[in-house]
Design a protein around this ligand. Structure first.
Ligand SMILES: C[S@@+](CC[C@H](N)C(=O)[O-])C[C@H]1O[C@@H](n2cnc3c(N)ncnc32)[C@H](O)[C@@H]1O
Length: 180
């Protein structure tokens, strides 16, 4: 076989594998950012402390990760499958000089390991919370806090709820704090 043919076959195999990988990511929610005022309330409700590891599951433009690292001095990781959002948020982290405390993993929430987390923040659809719940139950160490925005985790009982009547733009929000 000629070298050109070998290269073409290898490239096709790579592209097919990549397409398969991309297809296998299940979209757990559309991109719908949490207002900054609510982000702060989520991190306060989660009792985030300096140096603690936190993860935002589906990190969008990175606003939760950035506030966690910048204002709360936490060690913050976002997981986001959308390539543009992951790139944009990583660039913002770099431009703010937060690389030591903040990062974005471009990948699938369902394929991550959250066992080192002290706090998780979650703004996904109710059905998606049910899908990832068994994985979190297996992975999370006792005492891990989870703050869910607007949608509960079925079968888990929140230790605290916070209602925000108006976020400044006329929208109301409810936050749920769980402790594993
Ligand atoms: C409602 S938005 C929340 C964004 C951010 N956490 C916030 O509160 O501002 C949900 C995000 O999850 C991302 N997402 C959905 N399914 C995902 C998956 N399987 N793996 C990684 N990210 C995912 C979407 O692309 C979107 O950015």
């Amino acid at each position: 076989m000629r070298i050109g043919t070998i290269l073409a076959v290898a490239l096709c195999a790579c592209a097919a594998a990549f397409a398969q990988e991309a297809k296998s990511v299940e979209k757990l929610a559309p991109y719908y950012p949490t207002p900054e005022t609510v982000v702060e309330r989520m991190l306060k409700l989660g009792g985030l402390k300096a140096g603690e590891k936190m993860f935002d599951l589906g990190s969008g433009d990175g606003r939760i990760v950035i506030m966690a690292a910048e204002k709360f001095k936490a060690d913050a990781t976002g997981v986001e499958f959308d390539a543009d959002l992951a790139k944009e948020s990583s660039a913002r982290i770099r431009s703010l000089g937060l690389e030591k405390r903040a990062r974005i993993i471009q990948g699938d929430i369902a394929k991550q390991d959250f066992s080192s987390a002290a706090l998780l923040t979650v703004y996904l659809l109710p059905t998606s919370n049910s899908k990832i719940r068994p994985m979190l139950e297996k992975q999370l160490k006792p005492g891990t806090r989870i703050v869910a925005h607007d949608f509960t985790f079925q079968d888990w009982t929140p230790v605290k709820e916070e209602h925000i009547e108006d976020d400044g733009e006329g929208r109301s929000h409810t936050l749920y704090l769980y402790v594993r």
